[in-house]
Design a protein around this ligand. Structure first.
Ligand SMILES: [Ca+2]
Length: 573
């Protein structure tokens, strides 16, 4: 057998082991042909993927072959989980040890009043990715399927020629674990199935095996490794590895990398190095002490009951320790973000990259006696949002905005035709706020998951925030006069006009009876399907990241001279 035949056989073998894609041989273009490429217009014609670098080479679809005339920035989305937006009044609060986020804030437009579309993980993320409210995505709760046919920013950008990838958490429920990403570098930290389905047929019933309880508060403290630390260590590593790959790949496409951490989500357990930073922290006590149960609004009472609050006697010291662990985990995530931004800078991509920092929802952190999220109070519903873009001057924007706005805003920054995606999103392009050409419409929120017995909807309009639920009296707060949301103005005759105006807006926007019926039908379907799927053999939808080890490092279907050159960045220095 000749050497050539051996080589051909090995190539055939590699093709087979790669499972799905044709292997076109190592890239034999010279380093000069493949070297410089930042912010180059994409030429028409087929793009050549370097299979030795990109683990998922794909033939360029037709849409990538369009001729782009403008330079398009790369996009790095850094997402965190459960980071309270009130701690980011203008970048990170002074007391937070977050040097990298503070540096990022200094180069960003900071949106001080940014709201999640829904204060719970899966609904928030489906809405964030699609720019659609939960009533439209039908991702009502943490176990509702995100349908594959709903366009996300990953679809929009990919169709326009972007390489799209995700390192970390997105809590997609259902068999589609990509939703427009070409690749995921890690699995998810949360289950992809229907197991966490709430049940509106049994209002007030606690589902003990998966509902939150206050054990996160009583168990706060120090640990060097936890389930969540293991995950985020992996997320950061894969993100930096991906950035190195993006810096040296042969693919001319701009990229959009989403890096999504699970911290500072509870449990409030942190590495000692970060815990120790907050020994003298001035913010360990909540600004609003626990409210007497009888004085709470109906939804807050339900949330406390859902958290089994009677089983816990929470002390002031436990509250301080929980908040300390939470702040420490902000510092942990800040360090990881620093590692990522450092690679971005050293690979010389920093100045051509839009960097967006956001959280899915907040955490009440013991304010008024509440923990976690699941309500529209600012601690739960407000999130940090900062955007650093090559053409945007750093600034602070006070006007309320939404995580729904991310999709149209990214589309605008990437040079897409916004009108082409406008029908697919409930959000608005924030460039209009940044350049002062348009103010934003009132910000909308929805919640229809655990702790609720019927959907809640919210409107933040100017200084006011209204919450409506068919089962509860309305809540109306003046965020300017009463930022802690302690005085419900819904019964105040002096604000009757404001209430009537906002209630009219809610009535125009939502049919709450139909919303409730849709949620109940979705839950009921899953209460049939999920128990059935747990009988007999179980086929998990949890994402299995493909490693393609035969396409990494040194392999004999590669020309090693070319490989060493292509895997180096920068070249020739
Ligand atoms: Ca979350």
């Amino acid at each position: 057998m000749t050497t050539a035949t051996h080589a051909a056989e090995r190539t055939t073998h590699a093709t087979t082991s790669a499972a799905s894609e044709e292997y076109n041989g190592p890239d034999r273009r010279s380093p000069i042909e493949t070297g410089t490429r930042r912010r180059q217009p994409v030429p028409s014609g087929e793009l050549v993927a370097d299979a030795s670098v990109d683990p998922f080479p794909r033939k360029a679809p037709e849409c990538e072959q369009r001729r782009y005339t403008m330079a398009r920035p790369n996009i790095l989305i850094i997402m965190v989980d459960q980071l309270n937006g009130t701690l980011f009044p203008d970048g990170p609060a002074d007391f937070l040890h977050a040097p990298h986020l503070k540096a990022l804030a200094a180069r960003s437009v900071r949106f001080a009043n940014s709201y999640t579309a829904s204060p719970l993980c899966a609904p928030a993320r489906a809405s964030f990715m699609s720019g659609q409210l939960p009533s439209r995505t039908r991702v009502y709760d943490n176990a509702a399927e995100f349908a594959s046919d709903i366009p996300t920013y990953a679809h929009h950008l990919r169709a326009a020629g972007y390489h799209t990838s995700l390192s970390g958490k997105m809590h997609f429920v259902g068999p589609d674990q990509l939703h427009g990403f070409e690749e995921r570098l890690t699995t998810d930290i949360y289950p992809a199935d229907f197991g966490w389905t709430p049940d509106y047929r049994k209002p007030g019933e606690r589902i003990d095996w998966w509902y939150h309880n206050l054990g996160s508060v009583t168990g706060a403290g120090i640990a060097e490794i936890t389930n969540q630390l293991e995950y985020d260590d992996e997320v950061a590593y894969n993100a930096t590895r991906k950035l190195y790959d993006l810096s040296r790949r042969q693919d001319e496409r701009p990229w959009c990398l989403t890096v999504s951490f699970t911290h500072p989500h509870d449990p409030y357990v942190a590495r000692r190095k970060f815990w120790d930073l907050y020994e003298d922290c001035p913010a360990l006590d909540p600004t609003v002490p626990p409210l007497p149960f009888v004085e709470m609004d109906a939804h807050s009472k339900r949330l406390l009951e859902a958290c089994d609050y009677k089983a816990f006697d929470i002390t002031a010291e436990q509250i301080r320790r929980a908040r300390r662990g939470y702040f420490a985990n902000i510092s942990y995530v800040d360090e990881k973000i620093g590692e990522i931004l450092d690679v971005l800078e050293r690979t010389r991509m920093l100045d051509d990259t839009v960097i967006l920092f956001v959280s899915d929802h907040g955490d009440m952190l013991g304010e008024r006696g509440l923990w976690f999220k699941m309500c529209f109070f600012d601690g739960s519903s407000r999130v940090p949002l900062m955007i650093s873009a090559p053409d945007w001057q750093p600034a602070l924007v006070d006007q309320p905005v939404s995580t729904l706005d991310v999709t149209p805003t990214l589309a605008g920054l990437a040079g897409l035709d916004i009108s082409a995606i406008a029908n697919w999103t409930d959000g608005e392009d924030l460039a209009q706020l940044v350049n002062g050409t348009k103010s934003r419409s009132p910000v909308l929120m929805e919640y229809a998951a655990e702790g609720s017995i019927a959907p809640l909807v919210g409107i933040r309009s100017g200084r006011f925030k209204l919450t409506v639920c068919e089962k509860d009296p309305p809540l109306l707060f003046d965020l300017q006069a009463d930022p802690r949301e302690l005085i419900n103005l819904a019964d105040d005759p002096a604000h009757a006009n404001t209430l009537a105006t906002l209630l009219d807006q809610a009535k125009l926007r939502w049919n709450l009876a139909a919303f409730d019926a849709a949620v109940r039908e979705s839950q009921a379907r899953r209460w049939v399907v999920y128990p059935a799927l747990r009988e007999g053999a179980y086929y998990p939808w949890d994402y299995q990241p493909l490693q393609k080890a035969a396409e990494r490092y040194m392999r004999n279907h590669m020309d090693l001279n070319v490989l060493e050159e292509n895997q180096r960045f920068p070249r020739g220095e």
